[in-house]
Design a protein around this ligand. Structure first.
Ligand code: SF4
Length: 582
C-alpha cells in the first residue's frame, strides 16, 4: 500500500516498548537515505556521544522497495563510533523486503536493553528477548541459533553482531542474513552499546502489488533490462572481482599497504582465478534477478578424522583487495580463510585489511614491535593475519584496542601517520588519482560509492578543479536519488531519472515523481547538515603522505592539484549543508 507519510516503528530498548509513528515528508525525502537523514535529524542528540543510550539506530527502506527488481537495499543511519558524527551504511539481503512485508518504512531503535537481547519485530508484534547466552558468540553460530529461535524463511531477515560489535570496535559491522553487511563506520558497535545482539524482522504481513497493465508492463521492461541486456552481466559473470586484473593493469590496485599499485603476482588472485578455483555458486539479495554474490569455498580437515568439510564464503572485489593484495596475499583460498575469520568476528573486512596492512609496515619499520602486534605480521603470511583478526575483534591489548578504533588512532599514538591508508576511513581499493582521494576523504560515507571519483580519474587528464567538483556534487546527487528509493547502486545505469519517475508514477507516487531533482537536492542538503551538525570539519581533512609517494595510472600525485580539490570540495560541502530558508 502506498502512502504519503512514513510509517515508522520507534522502539525503546530501555522500556522494552515500541510505538508506531507517522512522519510527513514523502515528497521531500522519498525514503531510504532521505528518510534516514530525516529521522536522524529528529532523534539524534548531537551533544551526546555515539554510545549514549538516547542515540537512534535507524533502518529505512524506500518507496519502490518490493515493487521493482534490485530495489533491495536498506539504509542504516547512526552516530558513528569511528568519528562520532552522522553515518550511513547500506546493505542488501532480505532486510528491505522483510521491512516492507512488516508494513514499516523505517525502524528506529533507541535506549539500551538491560540484558543482551534480540529484538523481533513483525507487522503486528514486537518482542525483546533475553539472549545473554549468545554474548561473545561469533556471527555464524549466533545466526544459526537465531534461525532456530525464529523458524521460517522467505520474508524473515536476521541481523546480528559478533564479538567486535560487543567490544565497541569502530570497525564492527552488522551482518545481514547470509553474505550481506552494514559494514562500514561501526554500526555493529552501536548495536553492542545498546546490548542488542540481534534483530529479527519478520515480514509476516500482506503486501499487494498493483494489478494494472501499466505496472506489469513496466516491471517486465525493467526485468528484461537487467536480465537480457548486457547492462548487468558483468556483475553476474565474474562479478566485481573482475576489477582486480583491470586495476592492476592500470596501476591503480593497492598492494602491500599501497607501496605499489601493480604486481605481476596478480595472476594468483584475478576474478578468473577465483572463479576457476573456488566458485561454488552465485547468490542474490531478495528481489534481485542478477545474483552478483559470488560464493567460494575453503576446505578444512576435521582434526580427529581423515575427513574434510568446506565453508562457503562470499567474495567481491573490495574484500579481495583489502585482505589480499593490500596484505600481499596471492592465494585465493588463503584470502577466503581470512575473510571467514573476519566474518565470524563481525568486523568490516575493508577496514581490517587496510589497518593490518598499516600495522605490518609499522612493524617492518620498527615503529611498533611484536609486543604490540602479538603475532609477527608479515606481508604474504595469511595464517598470522587470521590470528591478528581475532586480536582486532577482541581488542586484546592497547595496540589492537586503538587499531580497531581506526588506523589513524593507532598511528597518532605510535607514529606512522604518513603511511596510514586512510581517506576519511580505511581506503577503498582505487588508487586512481587526486579526484578519488578527495572524493573518499571528504565524501559523506567516506565510500567509493559516494560518487564516481575513481571513474572520473580514469577518464579525465585535464586538471580542472571546478569541473571535477561539479562532477562530485552532481554524481552524489544522482546516487542519492537511487539510495532514497533504495536501489542497488549496481543498477544505476538501468534506473535513469526518467525510469524512476515512471516506476513511482505507476505505483501511485505522482507527487514524488513530479520533481525528483528537488527531492535529491533536499536530501543532499539534509545529509550534509547532519554531518556538519555532528562535528564534521571538511576543511580540516588531511590526506596522508603515502598518496603523494605512490605512482598510479596518472603518475605521481600532483600535490597542488590535490590540495586545490580538497579546498574547493570542503567549501562546497559547507555550502551544501547550510539549512535551507523556509
Ligand atoms: S546486484 Fe548484487 S548487491 Fe545488487 S541487489 Fe543484486 S545481488 Fe544484491
Amino acid at each position: 500500500m502506498i502512502r504519503d507519510h512514513f510509517r515508522v516503528l520507534e522502539m525503546d530498548l530501555g522500556t522494552g516498548r515500541g510505538k508506531i509513528a507517522m512522519h510527513d515528508g514523502r515528497k521531500e525525502y522519498a525514503g531510504g537515505s532521505g528518510l534516514a537523514a530525516l529521522l536522524f535529524e529528529k532523534y539524534c542528540r548531537a551533544d551526546l556521544p555515539w554510545h549514549a543510550p538516547e542515540q537512534p539506530l535507524i533502518f529505512a527502506i524506500g518507496p519502490l522497495t518490493g515493487y521493482f527488481p534490485l530495489m533491495s537495499k536498506t539504509v542504516c543511519a547512526f552516530k558513528s563510533p569511528y568519528h562520532d558524527q552522522y553515518a550511513e551504511s547500506h546493505a542488501g539481503g532480505r532486510s528491505a523486503l522483510a521491512l516492507r512485508f512488516a508494513d514499516l518504512d523505517a525502524l528506529v531503535i533507541a535506549g539500551r536493553a538491560t540484558r543482551p537481547s534480540c529484538l523481533c519485530v513483525g507487522s503486528h508484534h514486537l518482542e525483546l528477548i533475553d539472549v545473554h547466552y549468545l554474548w561473545g558468540k561469533p556471527v555464524d553460530s549466533t545466526g544459526k541459533h537465531l534461525r532456530r529461535m525464529f523458524p521460517g524463511s522467505g520474508h524473515r531477515s536476521i541481523l546480528r553482531i559478533g564479538p567486535a560489535g560487543e567490544n565497541g570496535s569502530a570497525m564492527a559491522g552488522i551482518n545481514v542474513d547470509t553474505y550481506r553487511h552494514f559494514g562500514r563506520l561501526g554500526g555493529g558497535a552501536v548495536m553492542g552499546a545498546k546490548n542488542l545482539k540481534g534483530i529479527v524482522i519478520e515480514g509476516d504481513g500482506a503486501f499487494v502489488l498493483p494489478e494494472t497493465k501499466t505496472y506489469a508492463g513496466l516491471f517486465e521492461d525493467v526485468y528484461n533490462k537487467v536480465t537480457r541486456t548486457d547492462m548487468m552481466h558483468k556483475y553476474h559473470n565474474l562479478g566485481t572481482a573482475a576489477n582486480l586484473a583491470v586495476l592492476n593493469r592500470l596501476h591503480a590496485l593497492p598492494w602491500r599497504n599501497l607501496q605499489q599499485t601493480s604486481d605481476p603476482a596478480i595472476t594468483g588472485v584475478t576474478g578468473e582465478k577465483f572463479a576457476d578455483d573456488t566458485l561454488l555458486r552465485n547468490a542474490a539479495c531478495a528481489g534481485c534477478p542478477v545474483g552478483c554474490i559470488h560464493v567460494g569455498f575453503v576446505r578444512e580437515k576435521f582434526t580427529d578424522e581423515n575427513q574434510y568439510f568446506y565453508r562457503q564464503i562470499a567474495y567481491d572485489y573490495e574484500p579481495i583487495f583489502a585482505v589480499g593484495t593490500m596484505l600481499g596475499i596471492v592465494d585465493c583460498f588463503a584470502i577466503l580463510s581470512i575473510m571467514d575469520a573476519v566474518e565470524k568476528m563481525g568486523l568490516d573486512v575493508m577496514s581490517v585489511g587496510v589497518a593490518l596492512a598499516w600495522a605490518t609496515e609499522a612493524l617492518e619499520r620498527a615503529i611498533v614491535s611484536e609486543d604490540e602486534t602479538i603475532v609477527p605480521l608479515q606481508f604474504g603470511n595469511a595464517k598470522n593475519y587470521e590470528k591478528a583478526v581475532l586480536h582486532m575483534a577482541r581488542g586484546t591489548n592497547e595496540f589492537y584496542r586503538l587499531l580497531n578504533q581506526g588506523t589513524l588512532k593507532a598511528a597518532v599514538h605510535f607514529g606512522g601517520e604518513s603511511f596510514a591508508c586512510v581517506l576519511g576511513q580505511e581506503m577503498a581499493g582505487y588508487a586512481t588519482g587526486e579526484v578519488f582521494y578527495t572524493s573518499q576523504a571528504l565524501g559523506l560515507r567516506h565510500s567509493h560509492l559516494d560518487s564516481g571519483g575513481y571513474d572520473y580519474d580514469q577518464k579525465h587528464d585535464e586538471q580542472d578543479v571546478d569541473k571535477a567538483i561539479a562532477f562530485l556534487v552532481e554524481d552524489e546527487r544522482d546516487r542519492i536519488l537511487l539510495t532514497s528509493m533504495v536501489a542497488c547502486l549496481f543498477a544505476r545505469k538501468v534506473y535513469t531519472v526518467d525510469l524512476l519517475a515512471d516506476c513511482l508514477e505507476t505505483i501511485g507516487y505522482r507527487n514524488l515523481a513530479a520533481d525528483m531533482e528537488a527531492t535529491a537536492k533536499t536530501v543532499q542538503q539534509l545529509r550534509w547538515q547532519n554531518r556538519l551538525d555532528t562535528g564534521f570539519l571538511p576543511e580540516k581533512v588531511t590526506i596522508p603522505q603515502r598518496y603523494g609517494e605512490v605512482t598510479t595510472l596518472k603518475g605521481r600525485t600532483d600535490e597542488a592539484y590535490l590540495k586545490e580539490l580538497q579546498r574547493a570540495y570542503a567549501e562546497k560541502i559547507i555550502a551544501m549543508g547550510k539549512p535551507q530558508k523556509a
